[in-house]
Write a protein that binds this ligand. Structure first.
Ligand code: RB5
Length: 149
């Protein structure tokens, strides 16, 4: 991804501090951050935040999304219900690179109660620095899109 690429960020209450840290970090790398909150630690519901971010990616408003909850799992499940979204939860940098290179993932989910802040930033770097390889992987991603259709 190149500088000025628009990246939407969202989370539930369990991941606000990590989301803000990621937002500052990614903005510092030159990306255009669209942080859609929430802004308070009041208990909220991850599906609506995952859906809101996913719709911004699916519409083309943002090229990529990074979403967070306690485990990353619930918000990932919600995002993946939106047509056109391929979101994976990553707890390691290898997976984060691979979901871009092989799966053309357009969203990354992180679990703020699972990974530490420094590892989370490394995972974000791996995701953003990787490019989809196409070829046989494109055939497989097309198969995913056919299931969705
Ligand atoms: C909130 O307590 C927690 O359930 C949520 O952040 C997430 O981990 C769900 O998948």
């Amino acid at each position: 991804m190149t500088a000025n690429t628009r990246i939407v960020l969202s989370s539930d209450h369990a991941a606000i501090d990590l989301r803000l840290a990621i937002a500052a970090y990614v903005a510092g790398k030159g990306y255009a951050i669209v942080d859609i909150g929430p802004t308070t630690t009041e208990s909220t519901h991850y599906p609506k935040h995952g859906e809101a971010a996913a719709r911004m990616v699916a519409s083309g408003d943002c090229a990529l999304g990074i979403i967070l909850c306690g485990t990353g799992q619930g918000i990932m499940m919600a995002a993946n219900k939106v047509k056109g979204i391929r979101c994976g939860v990553c707890m390691d940098t290898f997976s984060a690179r691979m979901i871009r290179q092989h799966n053309d993932a357009n969203m990354l989910a992180l679990g703020a109660r699972v990974v530490g802040d420094m590892l989370a930033l490394d995972i974000v770097d791996a995701f953003l620095d990787a490019e989809f390889e196409g070829g046989r992987h494109g055939t497989r991603v097309d198969m995913i899109k056919e299931i969705e259709a």
